[in-house]
Design a protein around this ligand. Structure first.
Ligand code: ACO
Ligand code: LMR
Length: 264
């Protein structure tokens, strides 16, 4: 029979060898002719399957809602300073992306992990939050610098509204809201934030779509696919901030002395 030389790379998501590239087996011409959107392309390249329309729409909504949040947030600030230091687009973009992590935008995977574990184990919000406190871990997906009980995050409301209308079940999101009710009893700014909303709702999407086995869901949560949504989304805004600074011909940024407490 045929002897095949061992390969150095295994790849399962796309193939560029034929007449046209394929994403998870779907040829580019079908993607264009059948009017696929970016949510469908993400489904094919990340999840290796076509997902129902409400799922791809949800993915697209996450991307649109997280595309930017003004110039003052960690990521945009870094990008602006880097662009003003005369650096190129890629440098300015990655400088902003590097701030995405457990405090800023990159709490989605951990929110999904902790909410899933606590909800599956039927922990009460009190038991869950207090056990996190004992471990010295802030609840991922809870808390915001400027959003609060009286100044809710519109993005969270929009995601919840979409899911209530289109998802067969919002069990995990409802659990996250119960957690929020408990944390709000402690402090006004301990709201369910956009990372927590996406993390919990994506669990509902994975479980409710009927497109994933339990093992596949566990693997997605364990590997941590979901911060990718914020990284992808915010790249749109960070690229915009780079162009904005270049267009405005902004000079080198230097932080004012008056805004630094020099102390021993
Ligand atoms: N869980 C439990 N307690 C909390 C949490 C939380 N998630 N966040 C704040 N607190 C409590 C703590 O007691 C904290 O005191 P500590 O510093 O001794 O732990 C106290 O509130 C004071 O916190 P603040 O100073 O008001 O919080 P801050 O404004 O510095 O932080 C932040 C905001 C970073 C978002 C924080 O709430 C947090 O770490 N949340 C978890 C991570 C997260 O979800 N990040 C994503 C935010 S949304 C986004 O970036 C798009
Ligand atoms: C964001 O999306 O960047 C924000 O929620 C974070 C912030 O500090 O406002």
């Amino acid at each position: 029979g045929k002897v095949r030389a061992p390969t150095h790379i295994i790849s399962t998501i796309s193939d560029d060898r034929g007449e046209e590239p394929r994403y998870a087996g779907v040829p580019m011409s079908s993607i264009i002719e059948q009017g696929y959107g970016v949510g469908d392309v993400i489904s094919l390249l990340w999840f290796k399957r076509s997902l129902p329309r409400y799922c791809t729409q949800f993915i697209e909504i996450c991307i649109m809602l997280c595309a930017d949040h003004g110039p003052c947030v960690s990521g945009a600030h870094n990008t602006i300073v880097t662009a003003r230091a005369g650096k190129d687009l890629v440098s300015s973009l990655v400088s902003g992306l590097l701030t995405i992590g457990p405090r800023f935008g990159g709490a989605i995977d951990d929110a999904a992990r902790y909410f899933k574990d606590a909800c599956d184990r039927s922990l009460t919000p009190y038991e869950f939050v207090e056990s996190m406190k004992k471990k010295g871990i802030r609840v991922p997906g809870i808390g915001h610098r400027i959003k609060s009980r009286d100044n809710r995050d519109k993005r969270v409301e929009l995601l919840q509204k979409f899911a209530h209308t289109h998802f067969p079940s919002v069990k995990y999101m409802e659990y996250a809201v119960q957690v929020e009710n408990y944390t709000l009893s402690k402090a006004n700014n301990l709201v369910l934030n956009v990372d927590g909303a996406i993390g919990s709702l994506f669990l509902d999407l994975l479980a409710g779509s009927g497109m994933f086995t339990k093992q596949e869901i566990d693997e997605i949560v364990e590997i941590g696919y979901l911060n990718g949504l914020f990284v992808l989304a915010r790249s749109i805004g960070l690229i915009g901030h780079t162009f904005d600074q270049k267009r405005l011909k902004q000079p080198l940024y230097r932080h004012p002395w008056e805004d630094v407490l020099y102390t021993k």
